[in-house]
Design a protein around this ligand. Structure first.
Ligand SMILES: [Zn+2]
Length: 167
């Protein structure tokens, strides 16, 4: 069986910043492989292009340029927010430290992560860019398993069971 639309694909991978010798950002091993429904827009389009037609045991190695990954850094996504938004009983929460990612919500209530860039007198400068914005990605790994998606998985547009939705 080869990877293609309507297949459930399990892979191990290593994500590095920039290229083969870049810093390791994420590593997924065979104990807990990454499982996704191919062709369901769950991963970057270029990610699928490079995995298409591969079989179990095949390895892969490819780069994705930033404009086809998480896009350029958006200066408008760096904002000063009033300090009192981060205060509990008049004090800054312990997790509000430069370099930490904070779980927050956008205006529609959707969860998003913000990086604390600077703590000023009355404001906290936050960066809401994706951590990999403006960066090229390099992936390497191996195909662990391929199976047909069930009718229910296709209807839901995601994988059920281990590594997927449990419902
Ligand atoms: Zn489902």
């Amino acid at each position: 069986m080869n990877i293609g639309n309507q297949k459930v694909v399990s892979i191990t991978y290593k994500l590095q910043e920039g290229n083969k010798s870049g810093a390791v950002v994420q590593e997924v091993d065979s104990k807990e492989p990454f499982v996704f429904l191919f062709g369901a827009q769950q991963v970057l389009p270029d990610f699928e292009i490079h995995l298409n037609e591969k079989a179990v045991g095949d390895s892969f190695e490819f780069g994705i340029e930033s404009d086809k990954a998480y896009g350029p850094v958006d200066e408008n996504a760096v904002v000063d927010l009033p300090k009192n938004m981060f205060e509990v009983d008049g004090k800054l929460g312990d997790i509000v430290k430069v370099g930490n990612y904070l779980p927050m919500n956008d205006q529609e209530g959707n969860p998003l992560q913000g990086l604390v860039v600077e703590i000023k007198d009355e404001h906290v400068k936050m960066d809401f860019n994706h951590p990999m914005a403006g960066k090229d990605l390099f992936f390497s790994g191996e195909v662990v398993e391929i199976r047909e998606a069930t009718a229910e998985e296709l209807e839901h547009g995601h994988v059920h069971g281990p590594g997927g939705h449990q419902h």
